[in-house]
Each structure stands twice: as structure tokens, then as C-alpha cells.
Design a protein around this ligand. Structure first.
Ligand code: FES
Length: 530
């Protein structure tokens, strides 16, 4: 294992490690633009120049392999002078439009100009002008004046999606990033080029001008769009709504960006997951209890009515329950416990299969917690079997627990089947789909509104986090199940938090044995086979 010294610190690294990686691994920051851990090394920005003993010229740290005995200095006068010169080059034609740029506040050009720039420009000629707000795809806009030609976006399309929509055009100082005629940046991972762009050249249409980034509160959580369970940061607005008299915080989700996890999603997410939050705000929400649908009811009254309905059906052996594979493990376990406490019910988990697995991240199974549901409820808990039992008249009362992300994934019951049911109780965050025509409805928290755990298709258990308050009267599903259990006379398990439920889960479900919330950390823990 080679040992090198960076700024006086001895570092032992694996063979093949670059000087930049070695320095970053011990917290020594070397400024860089074009290098990215998920892409090939291009070495074209020259921002990472360092001095290496016995080497006459400055070297780029991102493309220099660490070797035994190497002595590297990152803060000498020559290095600082080279960095300042590079910053001066980057800014010569830059429009300096930070006040109206979405990247402001998280822009490497801003940060490095402050940390490494000379603070002035000697360039007095007119700046080159180029195209602004170029529409290059369904989600991405390009500002050619802000681009520093680091080529990260080009390499992403060449190496990750292998779609090669982006390329350099022209030569010299006129070099520009662009798309080939008639070939928009329309691959299903296009939003990643916005995250990769270290400046404000590529912006996401859906986030553009929505807020300043310093008003965002970022919560690390897990995407619910498919069984991959990509690690993400959900950014919620915290800006006081200045134009209203209510003084309410604008705490809607403003964007979702990837959070690196080499075991799950690397550095990327798909556009479907990135924009999944739009379904949360566009779908009609169930904001309070109703009994029946359309008639607001007190929580306690609706709970009592639902509990009596479920208990009567369970004691007659005619109760069924449809659960979403996007419910967190804690909710699934609480519903299972409730149904067993009532006397038993046939449980069916919805299957959310669409298309095929792709070669990057997307899984055909859109159930973010399908694996967790199988561990908790059994592999054979199928919605289709349950619905057949309804059709045969074996079940006359149904509890439907709606989808926490997309009401389209909890569709209305088939009219012929609905006619065979005497009662339907609906629990969920959306007033749509299966909620229509229910006899009693209870609102729950949606995805990003409650804490819990998901198990992805690989058997990795990961923490899902509450990112903002639930809308209306929505409560976490496990709490609603407890309320119903109390109204039905089932013994109180004493849970007061999702961590309590997880502890009970870890005792009851072998695959989750010994698990506790603290052990999951930010990257989760692998528990099952492939
Ligand atoms: Fe090394 Fe760009 S980061 S040359």
C-alpha cells in the first residue's frame, strides 16, 4: 500500500488512488471542478494543481496516481498563484449574474472565487456573449455563458446513460456545450447533469426560480418511486410567505437530489424519482376524517365507526385488507398487528409492476417496500388473490390502506367487486382512487411526512424520514392503527414512536432481528440475500 505525504500528513492509500482522492480522504480540500467520483477523469479544468517534490511543473491532483514516498504540497505560493490564475480565466467571460442565478449559494464558481480568486479581473475587453436559457430537454435548461466547460455533463451522458446527447461544439474560447440537432437531452436520468454542473449552466426547469437554496431545509431520506430505494435529500422550503398575511411557512418540497450511497444508487437518481414529489402536491389530499366519503366527521367518531366495522367483519371471518407496498415497515407491522388483534383478516399487498428493470437504477417493481412487506406479511400476501376472494363472496368488508406517494397506485375498486362488498374503510393520504365511495375514511401522513424504514430489493434496510409536517389531519399509519385497536378493545402495545415499533418489529420478524434505528445510520444496513 503506497504511503504519501500531503501537506505534512502521511496517508496510506490503496494502489491506484489519485493524489486528489488521497487528500480528500483525510479532509484536505483541493479545489476541483471537472473531477467527480462517479465519472472518468478528464483533467481539463486545471483547478486541482499541486506541487509534488522532485517534479518540476505543477501537476493535476485528479489525474496523478499516488506513489510510495510522494511528497505533495497543496498550499505553496506557486499553487495559490496557479489557482488564482485559473479563477481569473474562468471568470473572464462569465456573466457574473449571481443575483438571478439558481446556483447561487451552492456554486463552486462563487465559492472558489472567494477562496482562491484574486478578487479582481485584469480583463477590460468586452465579454463574449452566448445563448441563455437554451431549452435542451424536457427538464433541463442550458445557459452557455455560465458554463466553465468542465465536461461533467458530457461524460455523464457518454458513460452513465450512454446516450451522448451533449457534446462540445466550436473551438478555443468559443467552445460551447450543446445538444446535437434534433436530439434533446431526454434520457430518464437527465436531471443528474444539473446536480453535476458545478456552476449555474444547467438548471432544472421544475426548480428554476422556485426559491433561493439557503431557504431550503435538506432531509436525508429514501426515494419511494421504486424498489431500488435511492438515497436522496429532500429539500423543503422554509421561506416565510411574504405576500400573505397568514405568515405561514412555505414548507412544500422544492426539489429532490441524490445522496451518494455506493451500495444502492451511486451518485444518481432517475427523473421519475426526482420529480415524484409533484404527485404529492398535485393530488387532492384527504385532510380530515369522513364518514361516509364526502361527509366530514370527528376523528373519534370515524375511528369508532371504522373499528366496529372491521371488528364485526373479522369476527364473521369476512374481513380483507389491501396494503400498499410503499408503506413503511412500521405501518405494515401495525396494520398486521391490528388485523390479528381483531380476529384475523385476509391480507393482500398491491403489486406495482411497470415496464422492466433498466440497466442503471430503475426497477420494474415500483413498490419501495415490497421486500419489507414480504418479510412482514409473507410472500403470498397478494392483492389479486384477495380480490378473487371478494369475487367469490368470501370477504364482505375491506380495509384499503392507500398509497403514500401516488393515488394512481391505489385505484378505485372495480365496480362489480365493490358491489359485492357491504363496507369499505379507507385509510390514506389522498382523496382519490379507492377512497371514492368508502364508508369511512381516515387521513394518514404521506411519504416525506412520517419516519420509518424501507427494505429495498437488495434487502437493505434504510431510514425514511419525515421532511415536513403532514398535511391536514394526517397521522402516521401506525398511530391510526393504534387508534383503531384501542377503539376495538385491543391491548395497547405501548408504542409512542416509530422507533418503538421498529424494536417490536425486530423481535417479531426474523429478517429484521436485532435491528435498531441507530444501527441504520444514513446508508442503511443489508439484511437479506440478493
Ligand atoms: Fe483536476 Fe479538473 S479537477 S483538472
Amino acid at each position: 500500500m503506497p504511503k504519501l505525504t500531503v501537506d505534512g500528513r502521511e496517508i496510506e492509500v490503496a494502489p491506484g488512488t489519485t493524489v486528489l482522492q488521497a487528500a480528500l480522504s483525510v479532509g484536505i480540500e483541493i479545489p476541483h471542478y471537472c473531477w467527480h467520483p462517479g465519472l472518468s477523469v478528464s483533467g481539463n479544468c486545471r483547478m486541482c494543481l499541486v506541487e509534488i517534490e522532485k517534479v518540476p511543473k505543477l501537476q493535476i491532483a485528479c489525474a496523478t496516481e499516488a506513489s510510495d514516498g510522494m511528497v505533495v504540497r497543496t498550499g505553496t505560493e506557486r499553487v495559490l498563484g496557479a489557482r488564482a490564475a485559473m479563477m481569473e480565466f474562468f471568470l473572464i467571460h462569465h456573466p457574473l449574474d449571481c443575483p438571478i442565478c439558481d446556483q447561487a449559494g451552492e456554486c463552486r464558481l462563487q465559492e472558489y472565487a472567494v477562496e482562491h480568486g484574486a478578487g479582481r479581473s485584469r480583463y477590460v475587453e468586452a465579454k463574449l456573449r452566448s445563448n441563455k436559457a437554451v431549452d435542451i430537454g424536457p427538464h433541463v435548461l442550458l445557459d452557455q455563458e455560465r458554463c466553465i466547460r468542465c465536461s461533467r455533463c458530457v461524460r455523464f451522458c457518454d458513460e452513465v446513460t450512454k446516450t451522448s446527447e451533449l457534446a462540445f461544439f466550436r473551438r478555443g474560447e468559443s467552445t460551447r456545450i450543446g445538444i446535437h440537432p434534433g436530439r434533446p437531452l431526454a434520457n430518464p436520468y437527465s436531471g443528474n447533469v444539473v446536480d453535476l454542473c458545478p456552476v449555474g449552466a444547467l438548471t432544472l426547469k421544475e426548480f428554476r426560480f422556485q426559491t433561493r437554496v439557503w431557504f431550503l431545509k435538506n432531509t436525508p431520506t429514501v426515494c419511494a418511486a421504486c424498489a431500488r430505494g435511492c438515497n436522496v435529500l429532500v429539500a423543503v422550503g422554509q421561506q416565510q410567505a411574504m405576500m400573505t398575511t397568514s405568515g405561514q411557512l412555505d414548507d412544500r418540497i422544492k426539489r429532490i437530489v441524490p445522496r451518494p450511497n455506493d451500495e444502492v444508487n451511486g451518485h444518481w437518481i432517475c427523473d421519475e424519482g426526482r420529480l415524484s414529489y409533484e404527485r404529492l402536491s398535485s393530488a387532492p389530499r384527504l385532510l380530515s376524517a369522513e364518514a361516509p366519503a364526502g361527509s366530514p366527521a370527528e376523528w373519534s367518531e370515524a375511528v369508532a365507526r371504522a373499528a366496529a366495522t372491521l371488528r364485526d367483519a373479522a369476527s364473521a371471518g369476512k374481513l380483507g385488507a389491501i396494503l400498499s407496498p410503499r408503506l413503511v415497515c412500521e405501518d405494515l407491522f401495525a396494520w398486521k398487528r391490528l388485523l390479528e388483534g381483531l380476529g384475523g383478516a385476509r391480507i393482500g399487498v398491491r403489486r406495482l409492476l411497470r415496464g422492466e428493470d433498466d440497466a442503471i437504477l430503475v426497477r420494474a417493481d415500483r413498490g419501495a417496500n415490497s421486500r419489507g412487506a414480504a418479510w412482514i406479511l409473507g410472500e403470498d400476501a397478494e392483492e389479486s388473490d384477495l380480490l378473487r376472494a371478494v369475487g367469490r363472496g368470501e370477504i364482505d368488508t375491506l380495509l384499503v390502506v392507500g398509497d403514500p406517494l401516488d393515488p394512481g397506485d391505489a385505484p378505485a375498486l372495480d365496480a362489480a367487486l365493490r358491489a359485492r362488498l357491504s363496507r369499505v374503510a379507507f385509510v390514506g393520504p389522498f382523496a382519490a382512487g379507492a377512497a371514492a365511495g368508502a364508508d369511512v375514511l381516515l387521513p394518514t401522513a404521506a411519504w416525506a411526512e412520517e419516519d420509518g424504514t424501507y427494505v429495498n430489493f437488495q434487502g437493505r434496510v434504510q431510514r425514511v424520514r419525515r421532511c415536513h409536517r403532514p398535511r391536514g389531519g394526517g397521522r402516521p399509519g401506525w398511530r391510526v392503527a393504534l387508534d383503531l385497536g384501542e377503539a376495538a378493545g385491543i391491548a395497547d402495545p405501548g408504542w409512542t414512536s416509530p422507533d418503538d415499533v421498529l424494536r417490536a418489529l425486530a423481535e417479531a420478524v426474523p429478517e429484521l432481528g436485532g435491528l435498531d434505528a441507530g444501527a441504520l445510520g444514513l446508508l442503511g444496513a443489508k439484511r437479506g440475500g440478493p
